[in-house]
Design a protein around this ligand. Structure first.
Ligand SMILES: [Zn+2]
Length: 277
C-alpha cells in the first residue's frame, strides 16, 4: 500500500516558532515528522529520494496559510502530494526543458552573470525565478500548480553542487568514477549515490535532517545566490574525487549532501510561504 505523506500531515499547527521567519509551525513539524514521516514511508526507488526528502521536510515548515493554499492547488490533481510532485520535472523531461535543471559556470568564476551564464533565459536560475513569479501571481490555478511542480523540483536541483557545474564535463556527467565497485560518474554520485549510501528512504531522511538541523535560518532565498553557493562547493579542492571513490570521500561529503538537502527544504518552505498567500 502506497500511503501519501501529505494526507497524514493535514493537522492544524497551533504554536509558532519565532526565530525562523517568525512563524514556523512547531506543532506541525513535531507531529508531521514524528508521525507522518516515519510511519508513512512510501516505497520509492533511490533516485527520487533527494527530491522527496526536500519536499517532505519543506512541507513540515509551511505556515498554516501556505499549507491551505498548497492543498487547494494539490486538489486540482486528486491524490497528489508535494513529495509526489517533486519528481514530476524529471519524469517529464524534454529537449526543450532539459537545460532548465542546471546552470553552467566557468571554472574560476562562480558569480552569476546572466548575459554569460544564462543568455537565453533557459537555465535553472532564470526559469526558477520565472516559475516563482507565476506561483505568486494571480494566474489560473492550473498554471500555478504547474509552476509549483517546477518550483518544488528546481529549488532542490539548484542546491545540488553539480547543477551549477561546468559545461566542459557536463556538470560532472562526463567525470567517470568507480563507486562501491560500480561504474558511475560524479553527477550521479551527487544526485543519488551518496544518498543511496545513507540507506534511508525519504521520510526517514527528512526526519533525520530535521532532528539534526532544525530550526535553521534560510539565509538568502535568492535563487542566484543558491546557484553561486553550489558552484563554490563544486570548485572546492577535493570535490572531484579519485577515479576510485574511497570511504574518505563519503565521510567528507555526505554531511555536505545532508546540509544541501536541508537548506533546500528551508528555502523551499520560505519561498512557498511567501508565494502561497
Ligand atoms: Zn532536475
Amino acid at each position: 500500500m502506497h500511503k501519501r505523506i501529505g494526507d497524514t500531515c493535514g493537522l492544524s499547527p497551533i504554536t509558532l516558532v519565532p526565530n525562523l521567519f517568525g512563524y514556523l509551525p512547531r506543532t506541525a513539524l513535531a507531529l508531521c515528522f514524528a508521525a507522518a514521516l516515519l510511519l508513512c514511508a512510501p516505497a520509492q526507488a533511490w533516485g527520487p529520494v533527494g527530491h522527496q526528502t526536500v519536499a517532505m521536510a519543506a512541507r513540515a515548515q509551511l505556515t498554516p496559510e501556505a499549507l491551505a493554499h498548497l492543498q487547494e492547488l494539490l486538489a486540482l490533481e486528486p491524490g497528489s502530494t508535494l513529495g509526489g510532485l517533486s519528481t514530476w520535472a524529471d519524469e517529464h523531461r524534454s529537449p526543450e526543458t532539459a537545460p532548465w535543471h542546471y546552470v553552467n559556470f566557468p571554472q574560476a568564476d562562480c558569480n552569476y552573470r546572466p548575459a554569460r551564464d544564462c543568455p537565453d533565459g533557459q537555465c535553472i536560475v532564470a526559469v526558477l525565478e520565472a516559475q516563482l513569479r507565476i506561483l505568486a501571481s494571480r494566474a489560473s490555478p492550473p498554471a500555478r500548480l504547474q509552476a509549483l511542480k517546477w518550483v518544488v523540483h528546481l529549488v532542490a536541483d539548484v542546491h545540488q553542487p553539480l547543477h551549477a557545474g561546468m559545461a566542459e564535463d557536463r556538470g560532472g556527467n562526463r567525470y567517470q568514477l568507480q563507486f562501491l565497485l560500480r561504474g558511475s560518474n560524479l553527477h550521479a554520485l551527487w544526485d543519488s549515490g551518496l544518498i543511496r549510501h545513507m540507506g534511508l528512504d525519504a521520510p526517514t531522511l527528512a526526519a533525520r535532517l530535521a532532528r539534526q538541523f532544525w530550526p535553521s535560518s534560510p539565509g538568502s532565498v535568492s535563487v542566484r545566490a543558491a546557484a553561486e553557493e553550489s558552484c563554490r562547493i563544486a570548485r572546492q579542492p577535493g570535490f572531484y574525487p579519485d577515479a576510485l571513490v574511497g570511504a574518505d570521500y563519503i565521510v567528507a561529503y555526505s554531511p555536505i549532501v545532508e546540509q544541501r538537502l536541508w537548506l533546500a527544504s528551508v528555502r523551499l518552505a520560505a519561498l512557498l510561504n511567501r508565494a502561497l498567500r
